[in-house]
Design a protein around this ligand. Structure first.
Ligand SMILES: Nc1nc2c(ncn2[C@@H]2O[C@H](COP(=O)(O)OP(=O)(O)O)[C@@H](O)[C@H]2O)c(=O)[nH]1
Ligand SMILES: [Mg+2]
Length: 296
């Protein structure tokens, strides 16, 4: 299909509302990691969606929250810069009938930007219709959104409605990403993120938030198997023990789950080896944050 229109749309919202799930739902492939813990996404990720003659590049952002560390500051800054230089903004909210302070702040940002905006009420698979009407009422009184779309990023319900609403803000233009390219993240980064997702899903809050993953080696061997060596960094020796687990059981579990997703993404067999190291307070070191791929 020939692309005749193209543009960019930012997805903003509180941590854990489902922004990354939406990015995956729009691409039709898993490119952004998802977990039930806040602050899963650390970087700005482009998710490319081709629909008819239109290409929309969605910018998945870290959830907007109060910064506590240098890494947090970096993440909030990513949100701030992602509301400029786009064609429209999607504000995603939980299906809660209440205007929260964070959402008020985000609405203010949208208002200042002067950009078209769509409110997405996500997770409607978890609520009753009456509640949905209440939420629509509260938010349409709070701000004049160009559209309000109830949806479930998990089931895909509402996906077409959202795309149709957004298409009206996309102007004529050449494709921004070539056919077949679904994200701007390098493969190495996706592999590292997959490992981080498994750690987020398997371990308690405190441990995964101090985790960074570095891919030390990424090669395709003569048997067309991709060999990956990954180092998992944690902030404390006690965390290292938890990540490795009894007789290495946790690390093995994380590695096996990660390998399945890596193979699905790469479309070939993967041989994954993992190591765990301690790097004290890396989240407060500008140099280390950069080293782990969190760059402006
Ligand atoms: N029931 C339900 N859960 C969802 C939906 N969208 C996302 N989730 C879940 O909400 C959690 C946070 O999702 P994620 O995409 O990581 O949120 P983000 O922090 O905004 O990027 C995960 O456990 C998702 O599976 C939805 O439409 N319905
Ligand atoms: Mg996310």
């Amino acid at each position: 299909m020939n692309i005749k229109k193209s543009g960019m749309v930012s997805i903003i919202g509180k941590p854990n509302v489902g922004k990354s799930t939406l990015a995956n739902c729009l691409v039709g492939e898993k490119i952004a990691i998802v977990s039930n813990k806040p602050q899963t996404t650390r970087n700005r990720i482009c998710a490319v969606c081709n629909s008819g003659d239109t290409q929309i590049v969605f910018v998945d952002t870290p959830g907007f929250h109060k910064p506590h560390s240098k890494l947090d500051e970096y993440m909030v800054n990513v949100v701030n810069t992602s509301v400029s230089s786009v064609d429209a903004i999607v504000l995603m909210i939980e299906p809660v009938a209440e205007l929260t302070t964070v959402n008020e702040m985000l609405i203010e940002k949208i208002d200042k930007s002067g950009l078209p905006s769509v409110l997405v009420i996500n997770k409607i698979d978890t609520i009753k219709k009456e509640k949905l009407l209440q939420i629509i009422d509260i938010y349409s009184n709070a701000y004049k959104f160009d559209a309000i779309v109830p949806m479930s990023a998990k089931t895909g319900e509402g996906r077409e409605n959202l795309l149709n609403e957004l298409k009206s803000f996309i102007k004529e233009g050449p494709e921004l990403f070539p056919e077949g390219m679904v994200t701007d993240q390098p493969e190495r980064q996706i592999m590292a993120e997959i490992i981080r997702e498994k750690i987020l899903n398997e371990l308690d809050r405190e441990v995964p938030h101090g985790i960074a993953v570095e891919i030390e080696r990424f090669i395709e061997n003569e048997k067309e198997i991709i060999e990956i060596d990954a180092t998992i960094y944690c902030e404390k020796a006690s965390h290292k023990g938890i990540v490795i687990g009894k007789r290495g059981a946790m690390l093995k579990k994380i590695g096996e789950q990660a390998r399945v997703d890596m193979e699905a993404f790469m479309g070939t067999k993967v041989f994954l080896q993992t190591w765990v190291k301690v790097k004290d307070k890396w989240r407060n070191s500008e140099a280390m944050i950069k080293n782990f791929g969190y760059r402006d």
